[in-house]
Design a protein around this ligand. Structure first.
Ligand code: UDP
Length: 342
């Protein structure tokens, strides 16, 4: 690799601002979906900020290896649990990251995805209500569907198909948001809703099926890079540490800061541009091939993050090429590890 990443310089900026857990009110935090890609990074950040963490996950798409380095810590507990079943725990705050998130994963079990989002949100909201806990929802840019306006602001209602193959995820997440705001109106619950735009980084699964993991794995193996459709569709990619920094800041806000708040990196790339960058950064011999477009694939996506800037004092710091290099290094290690039969 031609460049190395000064990851520390680039990614600690937000971490430095994590609220420390000297608050008398928030001590024990439940992370639903805590052994997934984003959930495991969040558990780490919460532990680093001195919270006690209960991680729950049904391990359907999450992996125990994402949290194995945390399992022996005295202030970390893991419980295997599916959020579609009601749960109890003595907690002061809850993060809901429980859902498959890549299109192939959520489309492989559409009804399961829909109800994980709808019933899971309900069960966690009920827990928050019983405990008078703060509850933070990991919502998604998919609530905007295939947007007709760009960049997307939080007051845009979206353009979502109710009947297409993405609807199980999009409508599940939209219904979860609806429940959050109804619980606030009905019970004055302390809710916070963040809408996550495409996020990438270490701990993505090599077989996750999302564009960054697919392209990096293909490039490292010198296999063809598979672009669905023209490749002129756009996404805006946020490095995981930046995103987690946004959630940590959100947790520290007062009850009137409910969101929804977009969290993402506004640097917009076409899928072709992404493929070319990954080929260059990996020195790959991969060619680019075009496959059929994905059904209902959003053609443009870019967050307006002015609300996050105003209400959280947050913006992303990691340049896309630095983030890609650290992600490439992670996949390189993961593939070597797998090839060695470990
Ligand atoms: N994509 C692609 N090739 C792949 C995987 C994805 O061209 O191997 C495209 C996909 O059609 C979409 C974009 O990359 O336009 C982002 O897809 P991803 O699954 O990462 O996330 P999405 O934002 O669609 O949920």
């Amino acid at each position: 690799m031609a460049r190395t990443v000064n990851q520390k310089r680039d990614t600690t900026e937000n971490i430095l601002h994590f609220p420390s857990n000297k608050s008398k009110f928030l001590k024990k935090i439940l992370v639903a979906g805590g052994s997934g890609f984003l959930g495991s990074h969040l558990c780490e950040a919460l532990l680093a900020a001195d919270y006690d963490v209960i991680c729950i996950d049904d391990l359907s798409t999450g992996r125990i290896e994402n949290i194995k380095h945390l399992l022996d810590l005295p202030n970390f507990t893991f419980r295997r649990h599916d959020v579609r079943t009601p749960l109890n725990a003595k907690v002061d705050a809850i993060f809901n990251f429980a859902s498959p998130a890549s299109p192939p994963a959520y489309q492989a079990d559409p009804i399961g995805t829909l109800f994980t989002n709808i019933v899971g949100a309900r069960n966690l909201l009920e827990l928050a209500r019983r405990r008078d806990a703060v509850i933070v929802q990991a919502s998604t840019s998919e609530v905007y569907g295939d947007p007709l306006v760009s960049p997307q602001r939080e007051d845009y209602f979206g353009n979502v198909s109710t009947i297409g193959p993405r609807a199980c995820y999009d409508e599940g997440k939209r219904c979860a948001e609806t429940q959050f705001f109804d619980y606030r109106r009905l019970y004055d619950l302390k809710i916070k809703v963040a809408r996550i735009f495409n996020t990438y980084g270490p701990r993505m699964r090599p077989d996750d099926g999302r564009v960054i993991s697919n392209f990096i794995v293909q490039a490292l193996r010198n296999e063809p890079i598979t672009i669905y459709g023209s490749g002129l569709q756009t996404r805006s990619f946020c490095y995981v540490d930046d995103l987690i920094g946004g959630f940590m800041r959100f947790l520290g806000t007062s009850p009137d800061v409910t969101g929804p708040i977009n969290l993402g990196n506004p640097t917009e790339l076409t899928v072709i541009d992404l493929a070319e960058r990954i080929i260059r950064l990996t020195n790959s011999k991969s060619s680019i091939i075009h496959l059929l477009p994905a059904v209902d694939d959003p053609q443009q996506r870019r967050p307006d993050i002015s609300r996050a800037a105003a209400q959280l004092g947050w913006c992303p710091h990691v340049d896309v090429e630095d983030g890609l290099l650290s992600t490439i290094a992670y996949f390189d290690r993961a593939l070597r590890h797998a090839a060695a039969g470990n």
